[in-house]
Every structure is written in C-alpha cells, then in structure tokens.
Design a protein around this ligand. Sequence first.
Ligand code: ZN
Length: 374
Amino acid sequence: MADHYEVLGVARDASADDIKRAYRRLARELHPDVNPGADAAERFKLVTHAYDVLSDPDQRRRYDMGGDQSPFGGAGGAAGFGGFSDIFETFFGGGAGGPRGGRPRSRRERGQDALVRVDLELGDVVFGTHRDLEVDTAVLCETCQGSCCQPGTSEVTCDICHGTGNIQRTVRSLLGNVVTTQPCATCQGHGTTIPYPCATCQGQGRVRARRTVSVDIPAGVETGLRLQLPGSGEVGPAGGPNGDLYLEITVAPHEIFSRDGDDLLATLEVSMPDAILGTSATIQALDGGVELEVRPGVQSGDVLTIKGRGITPLRGSQRGDLRVGVHVVTPTRLDHKERALIEEFAKRTKAPAPQLAQFHQGLFAKLRDRFRNA
Ligand code: ZN
C-alpha cells in the first residue's frame, strides 16, 4: 500500500493544517463528479483513506509506528471519517446516507427454506408413515467447511474499503454536496476479499447436492398441509445456518374411501335378499378386515358406524370412525323363475303402491355433494 504521506504529497512532519489543505486540494481534483475516470476514483479513495488516518492524531501516531494499517477496525473507525464532513456538507446525517455506512456485511447468511412435495396414499394418513426424501439443496462444502477459502488460506481485509464494506460517494445537488454510502464493489460489502477461493465450491462455502432426509410424517395430515422441519433446508452462504425444510402434502383420492375430518366414509352395497334377511361380512378397511353385521331389513341410506377405524388425528390420539352407508342393490336381470318368485313374494306381502314421504337428505346426497365439490 502506498505511503499515506506520499499519497497526500506532504512531508512526514506536516502539520494538521498542511494535511487538511493537501487533502482539500486533491479531493477537489480527484472527486468522482469532477473527474469520472476509474483511475481518479481509485486515487480519490486512497487520498481519502490517507487523510482519514493522518488527520486523526491517534491513528497517525499508530501509522507512524508502523502499526494498524486498517483505521476502521475497532474504536478508531468511528473517528475515521471525521475529516469528510469538514469538506463536504452532509445533508443526510446518519442512516444509510450518512458519512458512515453500516457495518461490513457478513458472508455468512441463513440459508433459504426448501420445499418438497410429498405424495401420500390415504392409507399412509391413517397411522402416519415414514419417508426417505431426496432433497436437492445447497450443503456445506466439505473442502473448506464453509470458510470459502482454499484450505490453509484465509480472507484478507479489502484494500479498497479497508474493511468497512462501504465506499463513500459525494453527489452534488442544489443543496450542496451530499455524501452517500454504497457497498464496496470490490468485496461486495463484506470488508474482506478471498485471495484463494476454495476450488470445490468456487468460494461459496457450499455446494449443491442431493441428500436423503428421513422424515416421520404424522397421522392425520391432509392435502395442502405444510410440515416444517426446522434447520433441514439449505445451508447458508459461507456455512451460514440452515433454512427450514417444508413438506407439502398431497393425499391421493382413494377409489373407495373418502374422508370427513377424522372419519372415513364408504358405501356398502347390499344385495336385496341380504338386505331383507340380514347378513354378516368382512370388509377391508384401510387397516385390515372389519366384521360387519347387516341387520335384517336394513334400508338404503342407513349408516353403519365402526368405531375407532377412521384416521388418527394430527393432534390427539382418538381415532375417528369408519362410516358405511348402505346401498341396497336392486336386481336388474331376472330369469323366468326368479321373476315368478318375486311376483309370488309381492302377492304374499301385499306390497304397497309407491307413495310420497318426506324428502330425505341422507348420507348419499352428502357424499355426492362431496364428490361433486372435490
Ligand atoms: Zn469450499
């Protein structure tokens, strides 16, 4: 780095006034608004930095003793830009537009959240299930362990912003000169640069990889639900903390069972003779066989409730019920003998003529609506 006295063109024993005068002259000459060349901008930064150091008695003394080259480290930084407002009026004190910008921005940031879609069958929902999910996210770079540097090297203080992460710019306006602060383009506002970036991750501290995440999916989830796995998302830049992983659940429609809260719904088709005489049957629920008693004389629309054979709720342990709506199936094709038997039956029972009764909004209507709306 160039000698601060040489940069300002003053002797080593120059007085504070000499230094200030030299800086004013150079600043007017090299200021980016007057002299837009890149070379001038670089010299302007150097001049400003030299002035910042030499105008502060403490920093000047340390500099003379060959000490701290980075005047912005520690408490000295606060006074570092004092000289700036001596020359340029500042209308926006403090904050982003003030003469001192924010602190250097850490490379380490929290990683992004990741979203994975999980397709389940209704049967998975009854008790919950386990999934090994393939997730493509950024993971920590094994080579540099998130340091972003080749092993054995480390980041160094940025030469341009001297570790502040910010560059001052003075803009002329009708009100006078306004000092604005912008992130240093050389170090992207980090205050440090990486001379030897890790070759594995190109200095990002992380690489993209496919990994397997083992997840226990609780019972009772439903389509559209998002399960949050804290800390299982992407690792952040430079080994920053992981984001979260979200599982978005989709439960495929089942060809027989539908869901009403924690209850399962299905239809039981019963032949006409069975409906008349009653029967027993084993039906296959989602979690195995269920013995069902159909009482003699069961009617279409009757609902048989099998307690505790529904879905385990997401919160709680009391399983819902399996509700089965009876549908009596009327035979449609009879041979001569069968037809004769039914006619004989009708004669014997003196079956009444069709007659009106109150409209019955039964389970089937509800089921139909449900399917229609699905
Ligand atoms: Zn790396």
